[in-house]
Design a protein around this ligand. Structure first.
Ligand SMILES: Cc1ncc(COP(=O)(O)O)c(C=O)c1O
Length: 368
């Protein structure tokens, strides 16, 4: 029997001793907190996607990031993050002071990160594109400086699968929240570390100790989602550009952030770094009427779902002031340009004209 799809191994345990199989990583296949064949299928797909030497899958993006911290950092080490990294990534790093690990934050640009890297820096964890203001970080520049001081660079590439390959740019590993584009259906949580030069075995042992491996059915759902990643991401990126262009001309919009727009300050960097002339499925914009306008916009949407999260087949509008930037100090928000009128759209697969109509109506019309 040779099935078209690999079976899903919904089992906690495997026979031992007896016909114990050894996984391709060389460990006994005995307990699903350590290894599971369905998870292994996902890991091979992730490794191929990012051009890695191996990959480990986790029960969420934060599961992957915690395991990265625990496996890579020791007392006395310093981790450097852009100050617009995902809030929970920063909060968890800040908790590591309990274990003698220092955290420093820098403005999210290659220049500021390069300046902030010192001989004491052990790990730089950055995101290819920041959230919610969509600043594109010139990863190769950061890698070059990190190499000089022997710091490792890990890139969270959640926003830009397929079009950016951090390992090619010299990063030591890639993080993904699989929850977003890779699974792509707003119905499953997952995370991954794809390995370049980092040691798989240490991360494997830490995942086993932390108990943060992805479950087999969830792994299978992610594998299924990955089969359509390319067509989804392409359409989401093209629709996003159309929506960003529409918003740029709208009288109720004072600013649009989208690196695919020719006049976006990050366009040149994005054009140089991203493949396929695609710039991702997230667009942020500022409502000209500030907080009142943003709240009214979110309440008036009919087709786009107001909620946090991104990367799925359904379009979602989120309000960073109460989601992504909720815990961010006011001064930092100001510096980054995260205003009370800022809205983030994650563009799904719906008809783009219907999405534009929904956005226009929620803005009160006049955009055509
Ligand atoms: C860039 C980025 N990294 C990591 C995460 C955490 O992923 P998860 O929600 O799957 O734990 C998120 C979540 O929004 C994210 O946006």
């Amino acid at each position: 029997m040779k099935p078209l799809h690999e079976p899903v191994y919904v089992t906690v345990a495997f026979r031992q001793p007896g016909e114990t199989e050894v996984s391709d990583r060389g460990f006994d296949l005995k307990y699903s907190r350590e290894e599971n064949p369905t998870v292994r299928v996902l890991e091979r797909e992730l490794s191929a996607l990012e051009g890695g030497s191996d990959a480990l899958a986790f029960n969420s993006g934060m599961g992957a990031i915690s395991c990265l911290y625990f496996s890579q950092l020791s007392s006395g080490d310093e981790v450097l993050l852009p100050m617009e990294a995902y809030g929970t990534t920063i909060q968890l790093a800040e908790e590591l002071h309990k274990f003698g690990i220092r955290v420093r934050l820098a403005y999210p640009s290659a220049e500021s990160l390069v300046e902030a890297i010192t001989p004491g820096t052990s790990l730089v964890l950055l995101e290819t594109m920041t959230n919610p203001t969509l600043k594109v970080i010139d990863v190769p520049e950061v890698v070059k400086r990190a190499r000089e001081v022997g710091a490792r660079v890990v890139v969270d590439n959640t926003f830009l699968p397929l079009v950016f390959h951090p390992l090619k740019a010299g990063a030591d590993a890639v993080i993904h929240s699989l929850t977003k584009y890779i699974a792509g259906h707003n119905d499953v949580l997952g995370g991954a570390i794809v390995l370049g030069s980092l040691d798989a075995s240490s991360i494997w042992h830490w995942r086993r100790r932390l108990g943060s491996i992805i479950q087999p059915v969830e792994a299978w759902l992610v594998v299924r989602g990955m089969k359509t990643l390319e067509v989804r991401f392409e359409r989401q990126s093209r629709s996003s550009l159309a929506i960003a262009e529409f918003l740029s001309e709208h009288p109720k919009v004072s600013e649009v952030h989208y690196p695919g727009l020719r006049d976006d300050p990050h366009h040149e960097t994005a054009r140089r770094l991203f493949e396929r002339s695609l710039y991702g499925g997230v667009v942020s914009f500022e409502h000209a009427d500030g907080k009142a306008g943003a709240v009214s916009f979110l309440r008036s949407l009919r087709r786009i779902f107001p909620s946090p999260s991104l990367g799925g087949v359904e379009s979602i509008a989120s309000y960073p002031a109460i989601s992504a930037a909720k815990t961010m100090p006011v001064e930092r928000r100001k510096l980054l340009g995260i205003t009370d009128g800022l809205i983030r759209l994650s563009v799904g697969l719906e008809d783009v004209d219907e999405l534009i109509e929904d956005v226009d109506k929620a803005l009160g019309g006049d955009g055509t």
